[in-house]
Design a protein around this ligand. Structure first.
Ligand SMILES: C[S@@+](CC[C@H](N)C(=O)[O-])C[C@H]1O[C@@H](n2cnc3c(N)ncnc32)[C@H](O)[C@@H]1O
Length: 332
């Protein structure tokens, strides 16, 4: 089996048909795949000879997949090992861009790689870094102050027992540094009773969001994508948890209702309609997709077409300021 076949046959890109049906009517052009991963979206989009892809991923380990596409589609594929919040720093011709795509979260490769500590099964040192990070989960759990650990768990994991868990961590780490397995066991002991999902799910989500600064990545990823997207271009975002989805939902909904006002009720603010939001509700995976790929169960796809320019996103930033502050908590 050659590498190209492997790339196409072992990976289920989530909501792929839905994505293709949104971008196909745009008739060829350049698309930016902000979360390249195993290249599932990029490969499918490149099957149309009129399409070009600029791809980004913060994880260096995806370079192998990117190299396969670079060889196959010499002049139509370009890859950058960068965070998508820096999308506006790429030197690209803005006028050619037809769409910008985000498929948030983790690739199966990242989850299966037990050295990253993303999976509960990992026995290694705590890590959870996706790439281009400045700290790891080991630092959070074994170095940070209890009140800061508590806030991370409470607001990024929405875990009700955050206080007890953070207190137990402080007591336990006096004896030895905690690794992934120690943390899973500690959470299981701290949370008594039945749970539908793995008991460590919420705490692991919180650590991944904090370590990878997922809130600011998403907020500035959306704002900076908006800046480089020409009018008429589409922004497509697939999310996997409620915090991500609430950010994307607010961005699209808030800026797609330009309050026009009337002769009798003049407009009260200067809100411009930035997007045409074709569908208010998100698209979810079908039953058959969930059967083939159970992790698609929590995926939500939202998209909107850009209608006008804007430089002021203060309202958006302020709405999620509190979460941005948690991400920048004092490091001790
Ligand atoms: C769910 S996977 C994408 C899968 C891809 N759509 C496919 O079909 O193979 C998400 C990818 O986004 C990358 N990623 C997450 N946050 C990122 C960020 N802020 N900047 C760049 N890449 C990011 C991850 O490293 C991971 O490889």
């Amino acid at each position: 089996m050659n590498a190209t076949i492997k790339l196409e046959s072992t990976h289920y890109p989530v909501l792929l048909n839905e994505l293709i049906s949104i971008i196909s009517p745009l008739y060829g052009g350049t698309f930016i795949d902000c979360t390249f991963g195993q290249g599932g979206y990029s490969s499918k989009i490149l099957e149309n000879k009129l399409n070009n892809i600029i791809a980004l991923d913060r994880d260096r380990k995806v370079n192998n997949f990117a190299n396969i596409l670079s060889k196959k589609y010499k002049n139509r594929f370009n890859f950058f090992n960068k965070k998508f919040s820096e999308i506006d720093k790429l030197k690209i011709k803005k006028e050619n861009i037809k769409g910008i795509i985000f498929d948030l979260g983790y690739s199966m490769n990242q989850v299966k790689d037990l050295s990253t500590g993303i999976s509960f099964k990992s026995t290694s040192q705590l890590d959870m870094k996706m790439g281009l990070n400045d700290l790891s989960a080991d630092y959070v759990i074994n170095q940070m102050r209890q009140e800061n650990i508590y806030k991370i768990f409470k607001y990024f994991g929405e875990e009700k027992r955050s206080k007890v868990i953070s207190k137990n961590i402080i007591n336990q780490r006096k004896i030895k540094n905690l690794n992934t397995n120690d943390l899973v066991q500690l959470i299981e002991k701290s949370l008594k009773g039945y749970s539908k999902t793995h008991k460590a799910t919420k705490i692991f989500q919180a650590l991944r969001i904090f370590v990878n600064k997922e809130i600011s990545e998403l907020i500035y990823g959306l704002i900076n994508s908006f800046k480089i997207l020409p009018i008429g271009g589409v922004l497509v975002v697939v999310t996997f948890h409620s915090i991500e989805d609430s950010i994307v939902k607010f961005f699209f909904k808030n800026y797609s209702t330009g309050e026009v006002g009337s002769r009798y009720f003049p407009r009260l603010n200067n809100k411009k309609k930035l997007f045409n939001l074709v569908k208010k509700k998100p698209t979810s995976a079908s039953i058959s997709e969930i059967k083939n790929n159970p992790s698609s169960r929590s995926a939500k796809l939202r998209y909107a077409f850009k209608m006008s320019e804007n430089n002021d996103f203060i309202e958006f930033i302020n709405k999620f300021k509190f979460l941005l502050e948690i991400e920048n908590l004092e490091r001790k």
